[in-house]
Design a protein around this ligand. Sequence first.
Ligand SMILES: NC(=O)C1=CN([C@@H]2O[C@H](COP(=O)(O)OP(=O)(O)OC[C@H]3O[C@@H](n4cnc5c(N)ncnc54)[C@H](OP(=O)(O)O)[C@@H]3O)[C@@H](O)[C@H]2O)C=CC1
Ligand SMILES: C[C@H](O)[C@@H]1OC(=O)[C@H](O)[C@@H]1O
Length: 253
Amino acid sequence: MLLQGQRILITGGSRGIGRGAAIECAKHGADIAINASAPSDSVDSLVKEIETLGRKAVVSIGDVADPDSATAFIEAAVKGLGGVDHMVANAGICPFHSFLDMPVEVVKRTVDVNLMGTYYMCQAAANQMVRQGTGGSLIAISSISALVGGEMQSHYTPTKAGQHSLMQSVAIALGKYGIRANSILPGTIATDINKEDLADPAKREYMEGRIPLGRLGKPEDIGKVVVFLASDLAGYMTGAHVLVDGGAFVHLQ
Ligand SMILES: NC(=O)C1=CN([C@@H]2O[C@H](COP(=O)(O)OP(=O)(O)OC[C@H]3O[C@@H](n4cnc5c(N)ncnc54)[C@H](OP(=O)(O)O)[C@@H]3O)[C@@H](O)[C@H]2O)C=CC1
Ligand SMILES: C[C@H](O)[C@@H]1OC(=O)[C@H](O)[C@@H]1O
């Protein structure tokens, strides 16, 4: 048990990587607060799964692009769990689109959800941690896309680089409070975000062929690294990024 009694907040926890992180953290003894954009059966089943593991679960519904959702999420966690020890800024979107005809509203929405959502959530969580005076950590789910481009992702990859940069700056700002800030850079993880893109067998085969470990990632592959970064095992890590991609990044030829 690496996270016994820790209170971990996860945005976009209903599905995919956020859900995987919630379950891995609960398995390690953490109580979990989940932000989701809307109520759903998926959120309800996650709450049951966390409670079956013997941990508390709190849900806060809100759009991460709205700064008020961050305040509401912290209030819900303080009320339901008694405080905040870690924030996992995970909620994100990637509406694949070509560059030359990218609609302005798609760019703005992607930046608002992925980057601004991370900013508001981490700022609100850090203020609560400072009030508590007990330290803590921030973990941004950035991406391998912080380091490389994507033809249909000109609006998305800058948000992932931005999250990574944000963690570097807040690591400096928050070190004096004992608050660490790190980012995880997942490679290709099979979730709803890329279901349609990877439905093309040729694309899927190409992506799998680029991964030395021979398979796409699973949400729990990232959840386990969230556990590590939140735990005391990573107590001297801040401003760092951890690439979790099965080796895809280094596989040039
Ligand atoms: N899958 C991959 O290959 C990779 C993913 N990532 C990053 O991981 C993160 C999670 O993605 P993944 O699990 O794959 O995708 P999913 O589409 O499976 O899940 C996305 C999650 O984000 C939530 N979400 C989206 N928009 C909002 C919003 N405005 N407010 C609150 N919640 C929101 C969704 O909630 P709801 O169900 O309520 O809509 C959902 O829980 C993203 O930041 C993504 O960029 C990074 C690298 C690779
Ligand atoms: C959604 C994509 O499949 C996925 O998102 C990322 O951040 C990865 O780099 C992949 O492109």
